[in-house]
Design a protein around this ligand. Structure first.
Ligand code: FNR
Length: 364
């Protein structure tokens, strides 16, 4: 590696901004409306300060964790993000191989540019979850979920913050380039013979169902035996509803600042959500704004079982495909281990809320 190679996630983002075409970089990088929440995702992490403890035996660190009963080498996983082949031709195949070599887990987006079956074949033994949206065409949902079960995905991650897409200012309406595919929608494509990605994309967006309520979770549980993780929860009220309707996990997330602008950072609401579901056995994870090893430490101290990253994986892809995503995950892991040692933590159970100081928050 030369001294000019990008190392940190921020450097990789800079590299991506210089090397991806503008359409793709804008699609990946922006938030919604004025990007208030996008910026807040970083600011909120920075406001949290650490309270390291000294003279503890930190000669060995154990950072392995279980997520939904699956053992992972580290509590850092990859969030679902759409259209990864726009960042690198290998797209989701590169991501899953990198995830596999680090021994962690990823969520495949419903909007992947490689089919869920092909991603599964590339890394059959890697822990993969499948992300789902809510569509008026329930049969389409059932068909795709059955495919995910058959391909041995280990959970369905239901995105609930997406009754429609947030508005992205300064960015044209996104269109998937013609040489790429909505790879999980081949049946829809064949049945209707769409002439372009724009037509198919508009059709898929029009299928989004914003009429559903929490009973949809009961329905989802009735059509699949896979565990269900609800993604996009930001309040303790909704976290409790998710638990009542049978969720196995909750991913506290503001979609990387891409949906409702003006919501708080996920890290800010994490503690009250952890508190609301305490004792239920439901696992709580977070994403949105994780860029540093110390962010991982802060999130775990505030009760997350694991963190997920969205854009960092994309910046890794843009840098060097599989090797780039590997570099991202290694950097986060190594930074996290260093932070643990400096904070006096030898294992994840040493990472408790007494490790952080945070400003008072209130929703009143
Ligand atoms: C996303 N995200 C997302 N979420 C989801 O449930 N389904 C999807 O298809 C996508 N697609 C997507 C595309 C892009 C370009 C981005 C940046 C994000 C949201 C994603 O899963 C995750 O919540 C955020 O990316 C987390 O924030 P950070 O890590 O990007 O700050």
């Amino acid at each position: 590696a030369s001294i000019t190679d990008p190392v940190t996630i921020d450097e990789l983002e800079k590299y991506a901004s210089n090397h991806l075409d503008k359409n793709a970089f804008d699609y990946y990088s922006t938030g919604a409306e004025n990007d208030v929440t996008l910026r807040e995702n970083r600011l909120a992490f920075n406001r949290i300060k650490l309270r390291p403890r000294m003279l503890r035996d930190v000669s060995h660190q154990d950072i392995s964790v279980t997520v939904l009963g699956h053992k992972l080498n580290m509590p850092i996983c990859v969030s679902p993000s759409a259209f990864q082949a726009m960042a690198h031709p290998d797209g989701e195949l590169a991501t899953v191989k990198a995830v596999s070599s680090l021994g962690t887990a990823m969520v495949l987006s419903l909007y992947s540019t490689t089919s869920l079956e092909d991603v599964a074949l590339e890394a059959p033994n890697t822990i993969k979850f499948f992300q789902m949206q809510l569509y008026t065409d329930r049969q389409l949902m059932v068909t795709i979920i059955k495919r995910a079960e058959k391909a041995r995905y280990k959970a369905i991650l239901l995105t609930v913050d997406c009754p429609l897409y947030g508005r992205h200012q300064g960015r044209r309406r996104f269109e998937l380039p013609g040489h790429l595919k909505y790879a999980n929608f081949s049946s829809v494509q064949q049945s209707k013979q769409f002439k372009s990605n724009a037509e198919l994309g508009a059709h898929i967006i029009a299928l989004l169902d914003c009429s559903v309520d929490w009973t949809i979770l009961d329905w989802l549980r009735s059509i699949t035996s896979l565990p269900v993780v609800v993604k996009g929860i930001l309040t303790p009220e909704d976290a409790q509803l998710a638990v009542q309707h049978g969720a196995n996990g909750i991913l506290v997330s503001n979609h990387g600042g891409r949906q409702l602008d003006g919501v708080p950072a996920a890290i800010e609401v994490l503690p009250e959500i952890v508190n609301a579901v305490r004792g239920t056995g439901v696992e709580v994870y977070m994403d949105s704004g994780v860029r540093l090893g110390t962010d991982v430490l802060k999130a775990l101290a505030l009760g997350a079982r694991a963190v997920f990253v969205g854009r960092p994986a994309i910046w890794g892809l843009a840098y060097k495909g599989e090797q780039g995503v590997k570099a991202v995950l290694q950097t986060l892991r190594d930074e996290f281990k260093t932070a643990m040692v400096l904070a006096g933590c030898a294992s994840l159970k040493d990472i408790t809320s007494s490790l952080v100081m945070r400003p008072a928050t209130s929703h009143l």
